[in-house]
Ligand binder design. Structure first.
Ligand code: UDP
Ligand code: MG
Length: 355
């Protein structure tokens, strides 16, 4: 059994705290106002080296095995750690199992949602509560291997802010792997982030990242995009992936539509939030230009008496392209006007502030 109070020597602030004074002083009369240095002391358990955040929804068969694997890896690392299980409104016995496990293990924290809010919500709450300097997220279905945690932590210590797992050899049905390849490729091209597997559940974050990115809706698929936009340094390592042993996937075919819409949201709320014309403008200009070239060519033909416009459907298509193009440009301009009138100031992610 590792000592959870041990800390690695290069640990930054805050400092570890001695065992809780409250427990020892039970029955001793408390002075009315405590001396200032004691008042300012952080509460016990206010930080950890590593927090593991596990969102789960109906994963009763996997939990015990997962917890054992986590404990054996984390125990060997000789660090101070916590494991946060976020029960996303499970309707099976997941919560009861977690509650029993927590009784014998003080590294565990269990949060239970009143209903199923989705993986992003579970991660967001886990991020909020996590006290570790490095935060690891992983799925509860045993598809991710806890043995990867030490090397991921090492990469964060090397200077990366986010390390994403890359399931290079994937143990999933082909109906999932092919669309996923496509999504990863498109996302990488559109965002300029050079990683292969955006939606891998196994990731490691520097504390600042989880405290600053806002994950909502189903944006958990695109956390690297959000983090990249805030200027965090992203890396990836190849991780082992295992087939789902128990239960079944919680994301059906709907994941592809949602995934696509979420990509739009991710791009929109990062790259184009303050400059919508840069998204709509180029599309509009391209369509208008294409329509104009087609129609101009047909008009010249007509003027030379070579054709009559009445029986050239292409002429109609050209006109439509022009109209649609102008609409795109107008939409972009409208967006610009709306973004100018918004009163909330833009948020900038500040890395350091030397005073
Ligand atoms: N999950 C969750 N809430 C949901 C759906 C899924 O917390 O509404 C959890 C799920 O229990 C698992 C992880 O998110 O721990 C990944 O889900 P799943 O394995 O079904 O996704 P896949 O591996 O098929 O992409
Ligand atoms: Mg899974």
């Amino acid at each position: 059994m590792p000592n959870p109070m041990t800390s690695s020597p290069d640990q930054p602030t805050p400092q570890p705290v001695p065992p809780a004074p409250a427990q020892q002083q039970r029955g001793v009369q408390q002075p009315r106002s405590r001396p200032p240095q004691q008042r300012n002391q952080p509460q016990q358990q206010q930080w950890a080296d590593v927090s593991v955040v596990v969102p789960l929804y109906n994963e009763e068969e996997s939990l015990k095995e997962l917890n054992q694997q986590l404990r054996s890896t984390l125990g060997r690392m000789n660090i101070r750690y916590e494991i946060l299980y976020i029960d996303d409104g499970s309707t099976d016995h997941s919560f009861q199992i977690l509650r029993d496990m927590k009784r014998n293990d003080r590294h565990l924290k269990v949060i239970r949602f009143r209903r199923n809010y989705g993986k992003s919500a579970a991660l967001a709450v886990g991020f909020e509560k996590a006290q570790g300097n490095v935060v690891i997220t992983m799925d509860a279905d045993l598809q991710d291997d806890p043995a990867e945690i030490p090397s991921m932590k090492r990469r964060i210590e090397e200077g990366y802010d986010l390390i994403s797992g890359w399931k290079k050899v994937r143990r999933d049905p082909i109906s999932k792997t092919i669309p996923s390849r496509f999504f990863n490729y498109v996302t990488s091209v559109l965002t300029g982030i050079k990683i292969h597997d955006f939606n891998c559940g196994l990731k490691a974050y520097r504390r600042e990242v989880v405290k600053s990115v806002k994950v909502y809706g189903e944006l958990h698929r695109y956390i690297p995009v959000l983090a990249h936009w805030e200027g965090f340094k992203i890396g990836e390592i190849v991780v082992q992936h295992r087939a789902r042993k128990y239960g079944k996937t919680k994301f059906g075919i709907g994941r592809f539509w949602k995934g696509f819409l979420d990509l739009l949201t991710a791009l929109f709320t990062t790259r184009f939030l303050r400059r919508p014309l840069h998204l709509f403008g180029p599309i509009g200009l391209f369509l208008t230009l294409a329509g104009s070239v087609i129609d101009l060519w047909l008009i010249i033909e007509w003027a030379r008496g070579l054709t009559s416009l009445g029986n050239r459907p292409l002429f109609l298509a050209g006109s439509m392209l022009i109209v649609i193009g102008i609409q795109f440009i107008s939409l972009g301009l409208l967006g610009e006007m709306i973004s100018k009138t918004r009163t909330t100031a833009e948020e900038y992610s500040i890395r350091e502030f030397l005073k």
